[in-house]
Design a protein around this ligand. Structure first.
Ligand SMILES: *[C@@H]1O[C@H](CO)[C@@H](O)[C@H](O)[C@H]1NC(C)=O
Ligand SMILES: *[C@@H]1O[C@H](CO)[C@@H](O)[C@H](O)[C@H]1NC(C)=O
Length: 291
Protein backbone atom coordinates (compact mmCIF):
# COMPACT_ATOMS: atom_id res chain seq x y z
CA UNK A 1 0.00 0.00 0.00
CA UNK A 2 1.44 3.41 -0.93
CA UNK A 3 1.94 6.02 1.72
CA UNK A 4 -0.44 8.40 -0.10
CA UNK A 5 -3.17 5.77 -0.12
CA UNK A 6 -2.80 5.22 3.63
CA UNK A 7 -3.10 8.95 4.24
CA UNK A 8 -6.26 9.08 2.10
CA UNK A 9 -7.70 6.20 4.12
CA UNK A 10 -6.90 7.91 7.39
CA UNK A 11 -8.46 11.17 6.17
CA UNK A 12 -11.56 9.32 5.00
CA UNK A 13 -11.86 7.61 8.38
CA UNK A 14 -11.48 10.94 10.18
CA UNK A 15 -14.08 12.55 7.91
CA UNK A 16 -16.51 9.75 8.68
CA UNK A 17 -15.87 10.19 12.37
CA UNK A 18 -16.67 13.89 11.91
CA UNK A 19 -13.22 15.05 12.96
CA UNK A 20 -12.10 16.86 9.85
CA UNK A 21 -13.36 20.39 10.10
CA UNK A 22 -14.64 22.42 7.21
CA UNK A 23 -11.58 24.29 5.99
CA UNK A 24 -13.45 27.37 4.82
CA UNK A 25 -15.26 27.59 8.15
CA UNK A 26 -12.02 27.35 10.10
CA UNK A 27 -10.37 29.98 8.00
CA UNK A 28 -13.12 32.55 8.61
CA UNK A 29 -14.96 31.54 11.78
CA UNK A 30 -14.69 29.90 15.16
CA UNK A 31 -17.25 28.48 17.58
CA UNK A 32 -18.00 31.08 20.25
CA UNK A 33 -19.71 28.86 22.78
CA UNK A 34 -20.79 25.22 23.33
CA UNK A 35 -18.01 23.59 21.31
CA UNK A 36 -19.59 20.21 22.06
CA UNK A 37 -22.71 21.29 20.17
CA UNK A 38 -20.83 21.45 16.85
CA UNK A 39 -20.21 18.63 14.40
CA UNK A 40 -18.39 18.74 11.08
CA UNK A 41 -18.97 16.46 8.14
CA UNK A 42 -16.73 17.44 5.27
CA UNK A 43 -17.76 20.94 4.28
CA UNK A 44 -20.96 20.86 6.34
CA UNK A 45 -21.05 22.27 9.84
CA UNK A 46 -23.93 21.39 12.15
CA UNK A 47 -24.90 23.31 15.26
CA UNK A 48 -27.42 21.96 17.71
CA UNK A 49 -29.74 23.21 20.40
CA UNK A 50 -30.78 20.88 23.19
CA UNK A 51 -32.14 21.35 26.69
CA UNK A 52 -28.60 22.05 27.94
CA UNK A 53 -27.46 24.67 25.49
CA UNK A 54 -27.67 26.40 22.16
CA UNK A 55 -24.54 27.21 20.19
CA UNK A 56 -22.97 30.02 18.21
CA UNK A 57 -20.03 30.93 16.01
CA UNK A 58 -18.37 34.19 15.08
CA UNK A 59 -15.95 35.45 12.47
CA UNK A 60 -12.30 35.58 13.49
CA UNK A 61 -11.99 39.07 12.05
CA UNK A 62 -14.04 42.25 11.73
CA UNK A 63 -14.98 43.82 8.42
CA UNK A 64 -16.20 47.01 6.84
CA UNK A 65 -18.30 46.75 3.67
CA UNK A 66 -18.48 43.86 1.26
CA UNK A 67 -20.67 40.79 1.20
CA UNK A 68 -21.03 37.84 3.54
CA UNK A 69 -22.89 34.68 2.61
CA UNK A 70 -23.71 31.44 4.37
CA UNK A 71 -25.76 28.55 3.06
CA UNK A 72 -28.10 27.26 5.75
CA UNK A 73 -30.43 24.30 6.01
CA UNK A 74 -32.73 25.11 8.90
CA UNK A 75 -33.98 22.74 11.61
CA UNK A 76 -36.15 20.04 10.05
CA UNK A 77 -39.50 18.88 11.41
CA UNK A 78 -40.59 20.47 14.66
CA UNK A 79 -38.55 23.64 15.17
CA UNK A 80 -41.13 25.52 17.25
CA UNK A 81 -39.58 27.81 19.86
CA UNK A 82 -36.15 27.83 18.22
CA UNK A 83 -34.43 30.76 16.57
CA UNK A 84 -31.47 30.46 14.24
CA UNK A 85 -29.76 33.78 13.56
CA UNK A 86 -27.22 34.99 11.04
CA UNK A 87 -26.04 38.56 11.47
CA UNK A 88 -23.33 41.17 11.40
CA UNK A 89 -22.74 43.39 14.41
CA UNK A 90 -20.28 45.90 15.76
CA UNK A 91 -19.48 46.23 19.46
CA UNK A 92 -20.30 48.78 22.14
CA UNK A 93 -23.39 50.65 23.36
CA UNK A 94 -23.91 52.41 20.01
CA UNK A 95 -23.49 49.30 17.95
CA UNK A 96 -24.81 48.65 14.46
CA UNK A 97 -26.33 45.34 13.49
CA UNK A 98 -27.91 43.67 10.44
CA UNK A 99 -29.96 40.61 11.41
CA UNK A 100 -31.52 37.60 9.83
CA UNK A 101 -33.51 35.63 12.43
CA UNK A 102 -35.20 32.41 11.36
CA UNK A 103 -38.18 31.68 13.60
CA UNK A 104 -39.03 28.00 13.81
CA UNK A 105 -42.48 26.47 13.71
CA UNK A 106 -44.37 23.26 14.35
CA UNK A 107 -43.93 20.47 11.79
CA UNK A 108 -45.32 21.46 8.40
CA UNK A 109 -45.92 25.12 9.32
CA UNK A 110 -43.75 27.77 7.68
CA UNK A 111 -40.65 29.36 9.11
CA UNK A 112 -40.69 33.14 9.38
CA UNK A 113 -37.65 35.24 8.57
CA UNK A 114 -37.33 38.33 10.72
CA UNK A 115 -34.86 40.99 9.63
CA UNK A 116 -33.77 43.99 11.65
CA UNK A 117 -31.33 46.87 11.37
CA UNK A 118 -29.72 48.54 14.38
CA UNK A 119 -28.14 51.93 13.93
CA UNK A 120 -26.20 53.50 16.80
CA UNK A 121 -27.65 51.01 19.29
CA UNK A 122 -31.28 51.40 18.23
CA UNK A 123 -33.18 48.61 16.50
CA UNK A 124 -36.99 48.32 16.36
CA UNK A 125 -36.88 48.03 12.58
CA UNK A 126 -38.32 44.53 12.22
CA UNK A 127 -39.67 43.12 9.02
CA UNK A 128 -41.00 39.59 8.66
CA UNK A 129 -41.42 37.42 5.63
CA UNK A 130 -42.15 33.85 4.76
CA UNK A 131 -40.12 32.12 2.08
CA UNK A 132 -41.01 30.83 -1.38
CA UNK A 133 -39.40 27.47 -0.57
CA UNK A 134 -39.06 25.13 2.39
CA UNK A 135 -35.82 26.26 4.06
CA UNK A 136 -35.50 22.98 5.98
CA UNK A 137 -35.24 20.74 2.91
CA UNK A 138 -32.10 22.12 1.24
CA UNK A 139 -29.31 24.61 1.68
CA UNK A 140 -30.15 28.15 0.57
CA UNK A 141 -27.90 31.18 0.54
CA UNK A 142 -28.44 34.10 2.89
CA UNK A 143 -26.31 37.18 2.28
CA UNK A 144 -25.69 40.65 3.61
CA UNK A 145 -24.32 43.17 1.14
CA UNK A 146 -23.02 46.34 2.77
CA UNK A 147 -21.55 49.46 1.26
CA UNK A 148 -21.73 53.20 1.87
CA UNK A 149 -24.99 53.52 -0.11
CA UNK A 150 -27.07 50.59 1.18
CA UNK A 151 -27.42 47.42 3.20
CA UNK A 152 -29.13 44.66 1.23
CA UNK A 153 -30.50 41.42 2.66
CA UNK A 154 -30.53 38.65 0.04
CA UNK A 155 -32.05 35.18 -0.01
CA UNK A 156 -30.70 33.04 -2.87
CA UNK A 157 -29.49 36.34 -4.38
CA UNK A 158 -33.04 37.78 -4.32
CA UNK A 159 -33.13 41.04 -2.36
CA UNK A 160 -35.68 40.87 0.47
CA UNK A 161 -34.78 44.12 2.18
CA UNK A 162 -32.85 47.30 1.47
CA UNK A 163 -31.77 49.83 4.05
CA UNK A 164 -30.62 52.87 2.08
CA UNK A 165 -28.23 55.58 3.08
CA UNK A 166 -30.34 58.69 3.76
CA UNK A 167 -27.64 60.75 5.41
CA UNK A 168 -28.46 63.58 3.01
CA UNK A 169 -31.83 63.73 4.85
CA UNK A 170 -30.03 63.84 8.18
CA UNK A 171 -30.68 60.16 8.97
CA UNK A 172 -27.69 58.25 10.38
CA UNK A 173 -26.39 55.34 8.32
CA UNK A 174 -24.20 52.53 9.72
CA UNK A 175 -20.85 53.01 8.05
CA UNK A 176 -18.36 53.96 10.72
CA UNK A 177 -17.97 50.73 12.73
CA UNK A 178 -16.32 47.49 11.70
CA UNK A 179 -18.57 44.47 12.14
CA UNK A 180 -18.14 40.82 12.99
CA UNK A 181 -20.20 38.05 11.40
CA UNK A 182 -22.16 35.74 13.69
CA UNK A 183 -24.59 32.88 13.78
CA UNK A 184 -26.34 31.13 16.63
CA UNK A 185 -29.19 28.83 17.53
CA UNK A 186 -31.08 29.23 20.79
CA UNK A 187 -34.36 28.71 22.57
CA UNK A 188 -36.70 31.69 22.24
CA UNK A 189 -40.02 30.04 22.95
CA UNK A 190 -41.15 33.05 24.97
CA UNK A 191 -41.72 34.96 21.68
CA UNK A 192 -40.56 33.22 18.52
CA UNK A 193 -43.33 30.89 17.38
CA UNK A 194 -46.86 32.14 16.87
CA UNK A 195 -46.18 34.98 19.25
CA UNK A 196 -44.79 32.68 21.97
CA UNK A 197 -47.91 30.52 22.19
CA UNK A 198 -46.10 27.41 20.94
CA UNK A 199 -43.30 26.24 23.23
CA UNK A 200 -40.20 24.22 22.43
CA UNK A 201 -40.97 20.50 22.63
CA UNK A 202 -37.74 19.16 24.14
CA UNK A 203 -38.73 15.60 23.37
CA UNK A 204 -37.88 16.55 19.74
CA UNK A 205 -34.37 17.81 20.63
CA UNK A 206 -31.67 18.11 19.45
CA UNK A 207 -32.64 20.85 16.97
CA UNK A 208 -29.96 21.03 14.32
CA UNK A 209 -29.12 23.76 11.79
CA UNK A 210 -26.62 22.91 9.03
CA UNK A 211 -24.24 25.31 7.35
CA UNK A 212 -21.97 25.31 4.35
CA UNK A 213 -20.65 27.68 1.67
CA UNK A 214 -19.10 30.30 3.97
CA UNK A 215 -18.01 33.38 2.05
CA UNK A 216 -16.75 36.75 3.22
CA UNK A 217 -15.61 39.26 0.62
CA UNK A 218 -15.02 42.47 2.54
CA UNK A 219 -12.45 44.85 3.91
CA UNK A 220 -10.73 43.33 6.92
CA UNK A 221 -10.34 45.66 9.91
CA UNK A 222 -7.67 44.85 12.49
CA UNK A 223 -8.71 45.77 16.06
CA UNK A 224 -5.55 47.83 16.33
CA UNK A 225 -6.69 50.30 13.65
CA UNK A 226 -8.87 53.25 14.72
CA UNK A 227 -12.41 53.36 13.31
CA UNK A 228 -11.82 56.50 11.25
CA UNK A 229 -8.72 54.96 9.70
CA UNK A 230 -10.64 51.79 8.86
CA UNK A 231 -13.33 53.81 7.10
CA UNK A 232 -10.62 55.47 5.04
CA UNK A 233 -8.78 52.21 4.35
CA UNK A 234 -11.99 50.48 3.26
CA UNK A 235 -13.24 53.28 1.00
CA UNK A 236 -12.26 53.59 -2.64
CA UNK A 237 -9.86 56.40 -3.44
CA UNK A 238 -7.56 57.56 -6.18
CA UNK A 239 -5.24 54.53 -5.89
CA UNK A 240 -7.68 51.75 -5.24
CA UNK A 241 -11.24 50.86 -6.18
CA UNK A 242 -13.21 48.36 -4.18
CA UNK A 243 -15.96 46.41 -5.91
CA UNK A 244 -18.46 47.40 -3.18
CA UNK A 245 -18.14 51.05 -4.20
CA UNK A 246 -19.03 50.34 -7.83
CA UNK A 247 -22.24 51.96 -9.15
CA UNK A 248 -23.61 48.48 -9.96
CA UNK A 249 -23.95 47.73 -6.23
CA UNK A 250 -24.72 51.24 -4.97
CA UNK A 251 -28.41 50.61 -5.59
CA UNK A 252 -30.58 47.73 -6.79
CA UNK A 253 -30.67 47.22 -10.54
CA UNK A 254 -34.03 47.13 -12.31
CA UNK A 255 -34.33 43.34 -12.11
CA UNK A 256 -33.55 43.36 -8.39
CA UNK A 257 -36.05 46.18 -7.79
CA UNK A 258 -38.71 44.04 -9.42
CA UNK A 259 -37.69 41.05 -7.30
CA UNK A 260 -37.98 43.12 -4.13
CA UNK A 261 -41.42 44.38 -5.14
CA UNK A 262 -42.47 40.75 -5.73
CA UNK A 263 -41.12 39.64 -2.33
CA UNK A 264 -42.86 42.49 -0.55
CA UNK A 265 -46.16 41.85 -2.33
CA UNK A 266 -46.17 38.07 -1.90
CA UNK A 267 -44.06 37.19 1.12
CA UNK A 268 -43.90 40.07 3.55
CA UNK A 269 -46.10 39.57 6.58
CA UNK A 270 -44.90 42.44 8.77
CA UNK A 271 -43.18 45.76 8.20
CA UNK A 272 -42.40 48.11 11.08
CA UNK A 273 -42.89 50.99 8.64
CA UNK A 274 -46.60 50.18 8.39
CA UNK A 275 -47.18 49.41 12.08
CA UNK A 276 -49.12 52.51 13.04
CA UNK A 277 -50.14 51.03 16.42
CA UNK A 278 -46.48 50.83 17.38
CA UNK A 279 -45.31 53.96 15.58
CA UNK A 280 -48.20 56.48 15.33
CA UNK A 281 -45.99 58.62 13.15
CA UNK A 282 -43.90 56.48 10.81
CA UNK A 283 -40.20 56.17 11.67
CA UNK A 284 -38.30 58.85 9.82
CA UNK A 285 -36.47 56.57 7.37
CA UNK A 286 -39.81 55.00 6.38
CA UNK A 287 -40.97 58.38 5.12
CA UNK A 288 -38.06 58.45 2.70
CA UNK A 289 -37.34 54.83 1.84
CA UNK A 290 -38.73 53.91 -1.52
CA UNK A 291 -39.34 50.42 -0.13
C1 LIG B 1 -32.58 16.96 28.87
O1 LIG B 1 -33.24 16.01 28.09
C2 LIG B 1 -32.82 14.68 28.36
C3 LIG B 1 -33.49 13.75 27.33
O2 LIG B 1 -34.85 14.06 27.17
C4 LIG B 1 -33.17 14.33 29.81
O3 LIG B 1 -32.76 13.02 30.10
C5 LIG B 1 -32.48 15.31 30.74
O4 LIG B 1 -32.87 15.08 32.07
C6 LIG B 1 -32.80 16.74 30.34
N1 LIG B 1 -31.93 17.64 31.11
C7 LIG B 1 -32.31 18.80 31.61
C8 LIG B 1 -31.24 19.63 32.21
O5 LIG B 1 -33.47 19.19 31.55
C1 LIG C 1 -46.09 29.33 12.06
O1 LIG C 1 -47.28 28.83 11.47
C2 LIG C 1 -48.41 29.61 11.71
C3 LIG C 1 -49.61 28.91 11.10
O2 LIG C 1 -49.38 28.65 9.73
C4 LIG C 1 -48.19 31.02 11.14
O3 LIG C 1 -49.30 31.83 11.45
C5 LIG C 1 -46.92 31.62 11.73
O4 LIG C 1 -46.66 32.87 11.10
C6 LIG C 1 -45.76 30.67 11.47
N1 LIG C 1 -44.46 31.16 11.93
C7 LIG C 1 -44.15 31.51 13.18
C8 LIG C 1 -42.74 31.83 13.44
O5 LIG C 1 -44.94 31.58 14.10
Amino acid sequence: MSKGYVIVLILAALAMAGCVSSSRFDELFQPSWAMDHFTYEGEVLRMKLDNYSGAGFSSKRKYMFGKVTVHIKLVEGDSAGTVTAFYMASEGPNHNEFDFEFLGNTTGEPYLVQTNVYVNGVGNREQRLNLWFDPTKDFHSYSLLWNQRQVVFLVDETPVRVHSNLEHKGIPFPKDQAMGVYSSIWNADDWATQGGRVKTDWSHAPFTASYTGFEIDGCECPDTVAAADNLKRCSSGAEKRYWWDEPTVSELNLHQSHQLIWVRANHMVYDYCSDTARFPSAPIECQHHRH
